[in-house]
Design a protein around this ligand. Structure first.
Ligand code: MD3
Ligand code: FE
Length: 207
């Protein structure tokens, strides 16, 4: 019997599995090139909450469905706010899912979040997906981000970790529903993006 090779996480925080330095520079550059095509087909937009507040993060998606928020609320939908369908999830990105979550179903949504140095994301849960037994995989590119992990209910003690370009995270099992957010971006900490900032990819089985 030959055992399938397994990746070893660098650490686990509250059930969130970190693979620090998973992607080497050429792998990051390939994903970035593929994301340029995604953004050409589905340009970044700035989501608005149902209360009319602009989010500081800019977003787009690839896959059968993308996550959007507007005055009507937030949801997964099969087309960009401008009306066109979303582009396919690039193979370079799907390959990361297969490496870190080999037993999961294939993802049907890849949310692309862009953070400029002033952007942040408040503490929230991801619970809009149909099958919460499927993991969420996150890939960080560009500037470092301070990621905060909380609890299964809002409030309480939290733990933080800096995410760096090339890191991947897997949220599965009990950790799938923990509150989490991005407190700040360390401007100028990476040379990957020509104009700076951070891109986070979140791969999900949404439907
Ligand atoms: C823990 N994005 O898009 S990625 C999001 O860096 C989101 O853009 C952040 O939270 C970002 O919803 C954090 C890490 C992450 C993503 C999904 C999770 C952590 C998670 C789902 C459940 C638990
Ligand atoms: Fe989230």
């Amino acid at each position: 019997m030959v055992k399938k090779s397994e990746l070893t996480p660098t650490m686990t925080i509250r059930g969130v599995t970190l693979f620090q330095g998973l992607l080497n520079r050429p792998e990051q550059v390939q994903i970035l090139e593929d994301l340029r095509e995604v953004a050409r087909a589905a340009p970044f937009f700035r989501p608005v909450t149902s209360r009319g507040q602009q989010m500081s993060v800019r977003m787009t998606s690839a896959g059968a469905v993308g996550w959007i928020s507007d005055r009507k609320g937030y949801r997964y939908q099969d087309h960009h706010p401008d009306g066109q369908g979303w582009p396919r999830i690039p193979d370079s990105i799907l390959a990361v899912w297969t490496r870190v979550a080999p037993d999961a179903r294939e993802p049907d949504s890849c949310l692309v979040n862009f953070y400029d140095p002033d952007a942040r994301m408040g503490m929230h849960q991801d619970r809009d997906e149909a099958d919460l037994d499927q993991p969420v995989v996150s890939i960080s590119l560009g500037d470092d981000a301070l990621f905060r992990i909380g609890n299964l209910t809002r409030g309480g003690k939290t733990e933080s970790v800096w995410l760096k370009s090339g890191d991947a995270l897997v949220m599965g099992g009990p950790a799938r529903l923990v509150f989490h957010g991005i407190d700040r971006i360390r401007a100028g900490s990476s040379q990957l993006l020509p104009d700076g900032g951070r891109i986070n990819l979140t791969l999900r089985v949404a439907r």
